[in-house]
Design a protein. Sequence first.
Length: 246
Amino acid sequence: MDQMSLPEPILKLDNVSYQYSNKYQSVDAVKEVNTDFHEGKMYAIIGKSGSGKSTLLSLMAGLTLPTEGQVIYRGTPTDEVNLDAYRRQNVTVVYQSFNLFPLMTCLENVCFPLELLGKSPKEAAVVAREQIAHVNLPESVYKRFPSMISGGEKQRVAIARALASGAKVILADEPTGNLDVANGEKIVDLLWHLAHDDNYLVIVVTHDLGITRVADEVMQMSDGYLKPLLLDELPAIDALELNEQA
């Protein structure tokens, strides 16, 4: 039987390298990374501190451009697009520290990217309410400020804000790092369902080995290189190394 052709990746890394340079030294943080990422899947990228994980996420997020190679979104390299528009419309980042605006209510936080895209406050509020419900939060959070809700709820608000942008690529940087085990598992479950039920591409950079057990594909970053891990390789990962702070 003929092998079915795979769909085109939504995000592709083509020989991507990145070098930090100053007058004292040059550091090769990311080296010759080649991989494809597909919608409807959840990927976990693991590795010890200093391995290049966060730099790679920044490249995929369009926060900077590769020194060599290309990050390609739906067939177009990021060095050929307006990066501000790319970050507003195509990719979104969920952070360990939530990055919610403390003087905005939860509803206003979720409205924020929508208003940046030109929606009126009324239109933005309609979409924001839908996305808050999407992440299983009650209407009672609308008027609460981030300081008034739990860490797990803050991360859900952050994910609702990410969804409100309309981007189909979710990059999660240690999304469970500031949460207890129970809330961390709920966030991982939410991200898994966003990939499998709503066809998002979800890429999680993490030290949380629990995420590797539910991800569709697991990759390890080591000394700037990214390699896929097979399921039978996961138990051999040095958990003590992975529990270092990124």
